[in-house]
Design a protein around this ligand. Structure first.
Ligand code: FES
Length: 150
């Protein structure tokens, strides 16, 4: 995340053509962690598009957030291969460890998201913490990994 970056500076990197909208949104998301209402409006103005189209495009892609992310964002795969490897047990352990529920979007410190597949099925179970990918996670390894973050 570049602290000196502003949405205006980022937008100027792109020609204001509709086919650049997704790239611009991804770049704003990469810098700020999400697309704020203010930055959505700036993007709409820059591309001369209705605000609804900005939200429609942003909400279509899982990697773009429309809400400010929690300090610690944990994602666990729930695809078939990862579940066979014990992903559900990992989710339960995380929920118990932090006393949270997956999908709760109102905790500003920790969020636990269940993702359908990261496309790394042979390396599962997959857990991602603040964008860092962990492969072949077991419940005991999960505790070791989490201890690095708390
Ligand atoms: S099933 Fe987990 S990464 Fe595909």
């Amino acid at each position: 995340m570049l602290k000196s970056a502003t949405a205006e500076k980022i937008l100027l990197e792109f020609d204001p053509q509709k086919n650049n909208l997704l790239l611009a949104l991804k770049e704003i998301n990469a810098n700020f962690g999400y697309i704020s209402k203010d930055n959505a409006k700036k993007t709409a103005e820059y591309f001369s598009l209705p605000l609804s189209q900005i939200y429609e495009t942003a909400s279509f892609y899982d990697l773009i957030n429309l809400e400010k992310a929690a300090d610690l964002v944990i994602k666990v795969c729930s695809g078939a291969d990862c579940v066979l490897g014990g992903a559900n047990k990992i989710v339960s352990e995380i929920e118990n460890y932090f006393r949270i529920k997956s999908g709760d979007k109102f905790n500003p410190k920790i969020s636990l998201e269940i993702v359908s597949c990261f496309g790394m099925c042979a390396q599962g179970p997959i857990m991602v913490i603040n964008g860092k990918i962990f492969e072949k996670v077991t419940t005991s390894r999960m505790h070791e990994i989490l201890n690095e973050y708390v």
